[in-house]
Design a protein around this ligand. Structure first.
Ligand SMILES: [Zn+2]
Length: 379
């Protein structure tokens, strides 16, 4: 009898959850009538669930739909400010903090320069900066579902460790030591995987059914492979570490200590560390036709084309470019596509190469989604 009650309660919860998701995914407010006909529920069932969702503060009424005649129906939409999620990106010299609402809209953002991350105090440094930020933005702590952190490194969940981060020049960092000082639930993920998750969320329902490869271009280069809507992690969590694919044996020295990796050729360090300018200054100079910059960019694009063509060859799906460097690639995308197609045995064009929607904030968006998704799943 008890089991039966649990089943009934659970079934009711699932119905409520489905209705919430329908309202969540809808582009405009949804009426009870629309819910009933679209989801095949009776009007009393819809009414009861709407009442429950309203009393839980999860949806809000009042927005009136455009009607072709008669009395306009009341529409319902998601209460976007009910809870917030935080995404924090840890990179070599910055801590970037982003707060999203339940609909993944950005509410607040801050880029904090960090002189050095101290290996034993990373968690404390993050907790202190987050505290200041929440205070500055007047964000109530009780509304925060959790804090997602992205690291440029290989994460071993079983050992609860960041095994290696060439970009941070650290290895074997304990995840529990990072989590411990942060006064919220914490989820830690690789930056490229999180970036890929953000791109996946941004896809339409039909596009989500397609597999894709994500190539993340920042100071470090990483990536992620999405199969059936989920990241494929590999047996050691190192799937998608495209930055360390060797493109040129005995070539340029990489952050990982080896030679000839993609990262050694196409990382943003080619402009910042090697030329001593910002990425923005590099692309401004390139646009003006600076001969030295043009030659360097030609080389970067050529190696990028090799990498992208190899990814296409290995996975036979779209390759989405992300990371802050991808935000500058737009004007050069036709050239990159041309170069990649010229290398291909099968392709006649490079239309499979796409630019991501979030060049600069994808990692934070993706890792924040971890908590938003959990919240939605439990409604
Ligand atoms: Zn390398």
């Amino acid at each position: 009898m008890q089991d039966q009650n649990v089943t009934i309660t659970e079934r009711r919860r699932q119905t409520r959850n489905k209705m919430y998701r329908y309202i969540y995914d809808a582009e405009s407010p949804v009426s009870k009538q629309q819910l009933a006909s679209a989801m095949g529920y009776s009007l009393p069932t819809v009414q009861q669930n709407i009442a429950e969702l309203l009393s839980a503060g999860l949806i809000k009424p009042g927005e009136v739909q455009k009607s072709t005649g008669g009395r306009p129906a009341v529409g319902y939409s998601v209460e976007d400010r009910i809870r917030y999620s935080v995404g924090i990106s840890v990179s070599s010299a910055n801590l970037r903090i982003l707060v999203t609402d339940i609909l993944q809209n950005e509410l607040a953002y801050k880029n904090v320069k960090i002189r050095t991350f101290e290996e034993n105090r990373i968690g404390r440094q993050i907790a202190d900066e987050l505290e200041v930020f929440l205070e500055e933005q007047s964000i109530p702590k009780e509304k925060i579902l959790g804090v997602g952190l992205t690291f440029p490194g290989v994460i071993d969940r079983e050992r609860d460790t960041i095994v290696l981060s060439p970009t941070l020049r650290m290895k074997d960092i304990s995840l529990s030591a990072i989590r411990e000082p942060v006064p919220f639930p914490v989820f830690i993920e690789n930056d490229s995987t999180s970036g890929g998750v953000a791109e996946w969320i941004g896809l339409t329902q039909e596009e989500r059914a397609e597999d894709f490869v994500y190539l993340f271009l920042e100071n470090g280069i990483g990536g992620a492979v999405f199969i059936n809507g989920r990241p494929f992690l590999g047996s050691g969590g190192r799937s998608g570490e495209f930055g360390h694919m060797c493109l040129q044996p005995e070539g340029r020295l990489c952050n990982c200590g080896r030679r000839g990796c993609l990262e050694a050729y196409c990382s943003a360090y080619r402009f910042t560390r090697d030329l001593g300018i910002t990425t923005e200054e590099f692309f401004a100079g390139l646009e003006k036709g600076d001969a030295g910059y043009c030659a360097l960019w030609e080389e970067v694009l050529s190696y990028l084309a090799i990498a992208v063509n190899n990814l296409r060859m290995a996975f036979d799906c779209n390759v989405i470019l992300g990371g802050f460097v991808s935000g500058y690639i737009g004007p050069y995308l036709p050239l990159l596509r041309e170069k990649a197609a010229a290398l291909s045995t099968f392709e006649t064009d490079g239309s499979y190469i796409r630019l991501g929607r979030y060049p600069t904030k994808a990692g934070m968006m993706g890792v924040a989604w971890h908590f938003t998704k959990q919240f939605i799943d439990e409604i």
